[in-house]
Design a protein around this ligand. Structure first.
Ligand SMILES: Cc1cc2nc3c(=O)[nH]c(=O)nc-3n(C[C@H](O)[C@H](O)[C@H](O)COP(=O)(O)OP(=O)(O)OC[C@H]3O[C@@H](n4cnc5c(N)ncnc54)[C@H](O)[C@@H]3O)c2cc1C
Length: 506
């Protein structure tokens, strides 16, 4: 369907967390919004993160007080907005006196406890490790503990896109913005998807293309980028659960960097990340052997269990699109965001470009973006996202309770599966469970508890197209699926898309 007559208030380029967050916020303020993503939602940086909603303890060392204060306060705001995909997590920092003195860490944690509003998350404390029950090496005997949160990063993006759509935004994936030009006070925007090229119009253009932000300005808009962008690669390893318990570890390395070991999907540990200048195509970023060795070494310096490359189940890499502050050290480049508004030539349709940012601060970034656009849309409603729930967060008290309700309604559902659904979908799990009273009514089981009803729901309501969208970003089941199982899912999806196309034509 090509709606080249439609004039939107705002067209957003990029379906990562920043684009999806801005689209949802703008749609909720009564603006008509269009968002296009060239691939799948969250298929780039926004699914390659450490999956933390955090203040960023180490940014205090780089004096990023504004960012840390905002990020600390956002932890509880986001926790309340999406408690199914965000959960509090305790972080243990083993003390390494030769790296950072205890007084420095205590001071940092004091600021961390008090800089941002905190009601639900527990404060920091000192810990003593006992060799008999600590997974850390025996010589590590003391440390510190503090709170942050873990998030399903890709689902945070999808939930924002769903919220935008529920507020009447048009969200399209696998649609690239080829170019855009200003004419008579509006933007004429050229798009391309598998069916061909088409055009839309918008009064304002928001460039949330992440790692492509500067390239988009130069190549698609034929304009000069107001800031440089530094692409800083970060990679993670996924290994079988390295230790028992639900706490994360934050390990200090002697290059002054830190590396996390984070409990992941109940059976794995996520280890990351690195900071490495990246000069290639953001679509092609891959972990290097040097990064693998670096992450294994840091882990092996801390934990009793010694890892080798053979323990690695999977890896992923992404590039942080950071605003270039000309820092020599990739780890020290500012993690804060910068928004650039341009109306050149004077009086022309506005272009707002997003440089940098964190998952944690996406909501505040979206508010700041709309504050920049306020002058062009004076009728726009006030900020509203701080107290609103993301899709699925409605009408339940705890994930355990929701999972129990699902097990009661649909007989034969194992607890682990009900909990996966409750965490991923919150109350939206009823969208695909409502008609079923037994697990046998959920359709074909593709393996590992992925039933046809869930797949159909993801295709219908969450823009899923391929098995990768479903397994990597919507459900994270990719770590369990075998190649033959993926092939069966692929074949099912081909049939499903054909049936949907025929229905559209009819
Ligand atoms: C290793 C690593 C770890 C991180 N860990 C954390 C963390 O734990 N917590 C945290 O808060 N933050 C973390 N971050 C930062 C966070 O992930 C990023 O700041 C955030 O995801 C950036 O989102 P984005 O929307 O700007 O970019 P992206 O997610 O990359 O989205 C931009 C999108 O624009 C699309 N696009 C580009 N050009 C076009 C076009 N012409 N037409 C249509 N679409 C287009 C792309 O396909 C892409 O999907 C981490 C980042 C990295 C790399």
């Amino acid at each position: 369907m090509h709606d080249n007559q439609t004039l939107y208030d705002i067209a957003v380029i990029g379906g990562g967390i920043n684009g999806a967050g801005i689209a949802a916020d703008a749609a909720g303020r009564g603006l008509s919004v269009f968002l296009c993503e060239k691939d799948d939602l969250a298929s780039h940086t926004s699914s390659a993160s450490s999956k933390l909603i955090h203040g960023g303890l180490r940014y205090l060392e780089h004096k990023e007080f504004r960012l840390v204060r905002e990020a600390l306060a956002e932890r509880e705001v986001l926790l309340a907005k999406a408690p199914h995909i965000i959960r509090p997590m305790r972080f243990i920092m083993p003390h390494q006196p030769h790296l950072r003195p205890a007084w420095l860490i205590r001071t940092g944690l004091f600021f961390y406890d008090h800089l941002g509003k905190r009601e639900k998350l527990a404060g920091s404390n000192h810990v003593i490790f006992r060799p008999e029950d600590s997974p850390l090496k025996d010589e590590i005997i003391r440390g510190f503990e503090y709170s942050d949160c873990a998030v399903d990063d890709a689902r945070l993006v999808v939930l924002n896109a769903m919220q935008a759509r529920e507020l009447s935004a048009q969200v399209v994936t696998r649609t690239r913005c080829l170019s855009a030009r200003r004419e008579a006070g509006i933007w004429l925007i050229e798009l391309e998807n598998a069916q061909g090229a088409y055009q839309i119009q918008a009064k304002a253009l928001v460039n949330a293309a992440g790692p492509w932000v500067a390239q988009f300005i130069q190549q698609a808009l034929q304009l000069k980028a107001p800031y440089g962008i530094r692409l800083i690669q970060g990679s993670h390893l996924i290994v079988p659960k390295l230790y028992e318990g639900d706490k994360a570890y934050i390990m200090q390395n002697d290059d002054q960097r830190i590396v996390f070991a984070i409990p992941y999907l109940s059976r794995y540990t996520l280890i990351g990340t690195t900071d490495k200048e990246y000069l290639g195509d953001p679509d092609q970023v891959e972990i290097t052997q040097e990064e693998v060795m670096y992450l294994l070494d840091v882990c092996n310096d801390h934990f009793k269990t010694q890892l080798t490359a053979a323990d690695i189940l999977s890896t992923f890499s992404g590039v942080r699109p950071l605003c270039d502050d000309e820092s020599d050290n990739p780890a020290a480049v500012t993690r804060d965001y910068t928004l650039a508004l341009s109306r050149q030539p004077e009086g022309e349709a506005p272009l707002l470009s997003v440089f940098g940012g964190k998952l944690t601060t996406y909501r505040k970034l979206a508010e700041a973006a709309l504050a920049h656009l306020q002058a062009f849309f004076p009728e726009m409603a006030k900020p509203w996202t701080a107290k609103s729930l993301l899709p699925g967060a409605e009408n339940w008290t705890s994930v355990e309770d929701l999972a129990a309700q699902a097990m009661q309604k649909v007989s034969g559902v194992p607890q682990a599966l009900a909990e996966r659904w409750a965490h991923a979908y919150g109350a939206r799990l009823w969208s695909f469970l409502n008609q079923a009273s037994s697990v046998h009514e959920l359709g074909f089981n593709f393996g590992h508890g992925l039933y046809a009803q869930e797949v159909d729901y993801l295709v219908e309501y969450e823009w899923a197209v391929s098995s990768e969208d479903i397994l990597k970003r919507r459900t994270k089941l990719y770590l369990q699926f075998t190649d033959p199982e993926i092939q069966v899912l692929d074949e099912y999806l081909v049939g499903l898309h054909e049936r949907r196309l025929q229905k559209d034509v009819a």
